[in-house]
Design a protein around this ligand. Structure first.
Ligand code: MG
Ligand code: MG
Length: 252
């Protein structure tokens, strides 16, 4: 069942989402060559806790980090560790925060130092694909409308669409119904209603869509070794569209 959130629940999710946004901002100045992903994890965890929240991902199904750090050909679910960022890398950072029982979830991909034009292209168009999906969100629209818009945009820009992982409902659980795939047909799937809260998260590859899991049983990596990017916002469906919960404008 897809839950409809009350005004009170949405207020808590705005707060959780805002903490996620602030955590991304807090990490920004540290995303430089030489820092380890474990260092980023520590900074993020300390910040999330300083805001009266807890990291949603820590121990989620046994995940050992507070954030996910996925570099270059790593798509998602990279475990923070001793790997150091290098000039020319791109890093996808996925952050979840739980505030008074409600989750915010947002991923963003960042360049480290100077990156190639191809990587810039991947970052630019994966972010734009997220907004193409968001544009579809309003009461009465179908989940498939979001999926189709993301897939169409990605294919137009010759990017591979990862299918093994999808967006999702979000609320008192990190992952709720419905699934929000990044591929699909218009006018299919569940119908959006005011008060639904979902995370939309295209994962696009510079090469083909094929991915596999690394030996750590967490990290998803591209089959062809080409880079991947991931952009995600948690949103609430409003009377006439949507509001981003993990952006910079939901809390005064
Ligand atoms: Mg996420
Ligand atoms: Mg998510």
């Amino acid at each position: 069942m897809i839950s409809i959130k009350s005004e009170y629940e949405i207020e808590l999710m705005k707060k959780a989402g805002h903490i996620v946004y602030l955590t991304h901002q807090c990490l920004l100045p540290y995303i430089k060559p030489g820092i380890t992903t474990k260092d980023l994890d520590k900074i993020a965890e300390d910040f999330i806790r300083s805001q009266g929240a807890t990291p949603s991902f820590l121990n989620y199904n046994g995940f050992p980090g507070s954030i996910c750090t996925s570099i270059n050909d790593q798509v998602v679910h990279g475990i923070p560790g001793n790997r150091k960022l290098k000039n020319g890398d791109i890093i996808s950072i996925d952050i979840g925060a739980c505030y008074k029982g409600y989750h915010g979830d947002s991923a963003w991909s960042y360049p480290v130092g100077d990156v190639t034009d191809k990587k810039k292209y991947l970052l630019e168009h994966t972010e734009k694909a997220l907004y193409e999906g968001l544009k579809q969100v309003r009461p009465g629209a179908h989940i498939g409308d979001i999926s189709h818009a993301i897939e169409t945009y990605a294919h137009k820009h010759k990017l591979g669409v990862v299918r093994e992982l999808v967006g999702h409902g979000v609320g008192s659980h990190l992952h709720e119904e419905p699934d929000v795939p990044n591929y699909g047909k218009e006018k299919t799937g569940p119908v959006l209603k005011e008060g639904m809260t979902i995370a939309i998260e295209p994962m696009l590859n510079l090469g083909t869509r094929e991915v596999f899991m690394e030996d750590d049983d967490w990290t998803i990596i591209t089959q062809d070794g080409k880079p991947s990017a991931h952009f995600e916002h948690s949103i609430v469906v409003t009377k006439d569209g949507y509001q981003i919960l993990t952006g910079d404008d939901n809390c005064e």
